[in-house]
Design a protein around this ligand. Structure first.
Ligand SMILES: [Zn+2]
Length: 178
């Protein structure tokens, strides 16, 4: 079931670049500034919203939802997944990839789990074969960059990380033949 997709008003506001030329976005259009209750739980991933940030703790979320009747609010990551809004796109290719597909998919899943433990908004939207490429779409730019660096570190090959002009999106290419 597809949900309504409301990216919000602040999508064009971005921060100022640092010396490396990278821009940290000053705000995430998927995090509403107004109308958020003080505490809430995401009905899809069970992340808890508290002290203005989301964290993951399914047991606590279930218990508190029951005990306190926490408000149910879809978290920004689940909204991006429902709306298929990727901030990071990782493209993996090369004969080495398909010889070691399972291993590389597992590495990506493992890195997602680790990242998600720290920040529940870092998620994989999809990981699918498209022609000769394996394409991973992520909810946050940083996660895409992280996947690229993790695959490169584990399997060498060629890595390229680039950012769209407005830095709304990170694109990562990795390739290894043989
Ligand atoms: Zn969620």
């Amino acid at each position: 079931m597809k949900r309504d997709f409301i990216p919000g008003q602040s999508v064009h506001k971005f921060g100022i670049g640092d010396k490396q030329g990278r821009v940290e976005r000053s705000e995430d259009p998927f995090i509403p500034k107004e109308g958020m209750p003080e505490t809430a739980v995401c009905p899809d991933c069970h992340a808890i919203y508290e002290n203005k940030r989301w964290r993951i703790d399914k047991e606590v979320a279930d218990k508190r939802k029951k005990d306190e009747g926490l408000a149910s609010v879809l978290c920004p990551a689940c909204r991006k997944i429902a709306g298929d809004y990727a901030e990071g796109i990782v493209t993996l290719r090369g004969t080495f990839l398909w010889k070691h597909e399972e291993q590389i998919r597992n590495l990506i899943r493992h890195e997602e789990a680790k990242a998600r433990g720290k920040n529940p908004l870092q998620r994989i939207i999809s990981m699918e074969r498209e022609g000769d490429d394996l394409v991973i779409r992520t909810t946050e730019q940083k996660l895409a960059e992280h996947f690229g660096r993790a695959v490169h570190k584990a399997q060498q090959g060629e890595l390229q990380v680039s950012w769209d002009q407005d830095h709304a999106r990170c694109r990562v290419f990795w390739e290894r033949e043989e």
